[in-house]
Structures are given as C-alpha cells and as structure tokens.
Ligand binder design. Structure first.
Ligand SMILES: *Cc1c(COP(=O)(O)O)cnc(C)c1O
Length: 400
C-alpha cells in the first residue's frame, strides 16, 4: 500500500486542487517549486538548523511512568508542546517561510483557529522581516485572546472574520479571498495538511521531522525503532501526519487518531468529520466534509478551537477509508478530563487539542509490553481558562 500523494495531487479519491481560476498561476508556481526547493541540500541545511537552534528540536520523547501504569502499557509522549511558540505548528511555519523567501514572496497571509498557527506564522515573519496578515474568526479571537495579543506584539495584523460561525473554516475562506486579490506578491502559509495540492504534501513533509525523531529516540530508549501504537489528535491532520509519516507503510504499527466529537457525534454539535462527513470539496480540496443532505457545509463544533473544522485533510480521508487508521471521536468532557489527568499524573498541561489524543487511551486496550507513542501536539497555556470553566468534567481532579 502506498499512502503518499500521487502525481496528480490525489490520495485515493481525495485531494486535488479545486481553486478559482485567478489562483491557477500561483498554485501551479508553488506546485513546480516546492519539491526541488524542499529537497535541496541548501534548504535542508537552513531548515534543520532553525529547527534545532530556534524551535528547540529535537523535541523530547518522554517515558510517562505514571500514565503507563494507569493504562497498562509503555507510554511515550512526543513533546511537541516543548517547541518554541508551544506547538508543532512552528515546524511547518519555518519550512514554509524559507520556501516563500526562495520564491521571492514579500507578503505572508495565514488562517488560524486556536491561534497557534497564527502565532507560529507571525513568529517566522518577524524572524525574516516579512509583512504578515492573519485571518481569524471573531469567535476564536475572543476565546484565544492571549494568542491574538502575541500575534500583534510580533507585528502581525489580525483580521477578525465575521462570516459564518466565525471560526477556523471562515478564516480559511477569508484567507483564500485575500489570496485571490494579491496572487503575485503573497505567499499563503497554510497551517495544516489541507488546502489545494501541493499543500497537504508540503505540510506533511515538513512535519515528518516528528516521526523521524521518534524513530531514533525509540531505538535509543526502547531498543527498537517502531512502536505498537501511534496516537495523535486530528484537526486538519498535520501533527498526525508528522507523527505517522515514516510509519505509514509499516503494518506492525497501529495508528489511532482522535477527532473532536464536541457534544457527541450525533448531537448536531460536533467536529467529528471522519465519522460524520461525506465526500465534498472545501477550501480547494476533495475531502470528507460535514454537510447537509443538499451539500451545504455544516458548522463544526468543539471546545477546542484547533479542531473546530468541518473538513479533514485528504491524506487522512484516504487512510481512514482504506482502514489504515482507526479514528475515534472524543467528546469535549472526555478531553477535558484527560487534560486534567495528564496535568496531575505527569505535570504536563496539554493543549485541549492534544487532550483529545490522551482521552483515546481510555478507549483502547493494551498488553503490558505494548509500546505506545502519543504526540502531545501543544501546550495548554492558551486553554487554562477553558479548563477551569469546564472543571466539572474532571470532578476527580477539579475540586479546588
Ligand atoms: C492546530 C493544532 C492542532 C490541530 O491541527 P492539526 O493540523 O490536525 O495538527 C492540534 N493541536 C494543537 C496544539 C494545535 O495547535
């Protein structure tokens, strides 16, 4: 089985580039430029150096002893929360800003949900002295306020988007509209494995540093370079793609992904796209999309702003359809509980997105010798208010 993108930009039936005519030229330009640039020695040297000296890589692989005891396995946490700016998003942002510079672009735009991608983009734009415009739904501007202040401090202009339910999906649409107005000087720095080809492949390649490190760290710590299980949360799919990239074709490794159930997959308030979606086109790509019977995009709902999206990247649509990955829907209350549990058992406050991955452990069964690697995609500093507001979901830990 080969789960990589084909020469036409598809993963099975998913993917492709469904874009307005005005963007043909710049998407084509990107498609022709990205592989020669990203694969060049000179790019790789600068990318690796910044990952190490600026982002703080390699991120630790941490053997979580108390959590291991609780779940009856050998649990290792891949600590993307330790990266500069607090999540895995910085890996992709560094890679794409180096690409944008080599393509001669001067103005950078990006969409953001939780604000982590906005902060990562604003950060690398400050680093490179580039103009930066961030599109963010007004609902998210309010619930992720400290990230908005960080972006502004870094010199970015934040545009609150007031269409739709004013979350990530609307921010993507606004960014694409802006791109249509400035196709020649502007680089659209997409934050996840979504959007028109080549973005899903580009982002997956840049994030693949995560599984590259897991391989050597596991070899050193556990004596073999593959786990029995990989676990990650999935919004657009970039931290999941990075976590599984070098194991996709290794059938010894089972892959479990956690998407956001919101109030429950059948509640009408959910972001569980792989459970609920049907094939459709959103933001330039054919993928599973939550939609009404007549094809209107449905609003997504999740406490977690980073997973609050009605679509999911085409690579993951294909892998789920082929049965390579098992996708669990984790509800808000389960994620909050799991976030408190990691905090109290290991002293790590995870992003609410990452807490969805933690909650998946409770729905799996292990043999004691099983090696499980779970990616903690980001830190929970941005979510402390949400955790406290919802502490009734974690009564065991939330009495204070
Ligand atoms: C953005 C984000 C996610 C979701 O995005 P993916 O592309 O699916 O990884 C998950 N966790 C954190 C911490 C994020 O910032």
């Amino acid at each position: 089985m080969n789960y990589q993108v084909d020469e036409n930009g598809f993963y099975g039936e998913f993917g492709g580039a469904y874009i307005p005519e005005i963007l043909y030229k710049c998407v084509d330009e990107l498609k022709n430029a990205y592989r020669p640039i990203v694969e060049s020695e000179e790019f790789q040297k600068e990318f690796r150096q910044l990952l190490r000296d600026y982002a703080g890589r390699p991120s630790p692989l941490y053997y979580a002893q108390r959590m291991s005891r609780k779940y009856g396995c050998r649990l290792f946490l891949k600590r993307e929360d330790c990266n500069h700016t607090g999540a895995h998003k910085i890996n992709n942002a560094i890679g794409q800003i180096l690409l944008a510079r080599r393509m001669g672009k001067t103005r950078v735009i990006a969409e953001t949900g939780a604000g982590q991608h906005g902060v990562a983009t604003a950060t690398v734009c400050a680093l490179m002295g580039m103009q930066c415009e961030i599109f963010m739904g007004k609902t998210d501007v309010e619930r992720q306020h400290t990230n908005v202040e960080r972006m502004r401090m870094l010199g970015a202009t934040v545009h609150p988007v007031t269409t739709g339910n004013m979350t990530l999906s609307d921010a993507c649409s606004a960014a694409i509209r802006d791109w249509c107005c400035h196709p020649s000087d502007t680089y659209y720095l997409v934050g996840s494995t979504m959007g028109p080809h080549p973005y899903p492949d580009l982002v997956a390649r840049l994030q693949s540093v995560i599984s590259e490190e897991i391989k050597s760290q596991l070899q050193e710590q556990a004596g073999r370079d593959y786990p029995d299980y990989l676990v990650a949360c999935i919004g657009g799919g970039s931290n999941a793609a990075g976590t599984i990239y070098h194991y996709m074709d290794d059938e010894r490794v089972k892959i479990v992904l956690a998407e956001a159930g919101g109030h429950g997959v059948d509640s009408g308030y959910t972001a569980a796209t792989i459970h609920r979606g049907r094939t459709g086109i959103l933001h330039g790509s054919k993928m599973l999309v939550m939609q009404t019977p007549d094809g209107q995009i449905e609003e997504a709902f999740s406490l977690s702003a980073g997973l609050d999206y009605p679509g999911v990247g085409p690579m993951h649509c294909n892998m789920a359809a082929k049965g390579r990955t098992k996708v669990l829907a984790i509800n808000d209350d389960e994620a909050i509980y799991a976030g408190y549990e990691l905090t109290r058992l290991e002293g790590i406050i995870p992003a609410i997105e990452s807490a969805h991955a933690m909650a998946a452990l409770g729905k799996m069964s292990f043999r004691p010798e099983d090696i499980v690697v779970l990616t903690v995609s980001g830190r929970g500093d941005k979510d402390v208010e949400t955790y406290l507001k919802n502490k009734e979901y974690a009564k065991e830990y939330g009495q204070f």
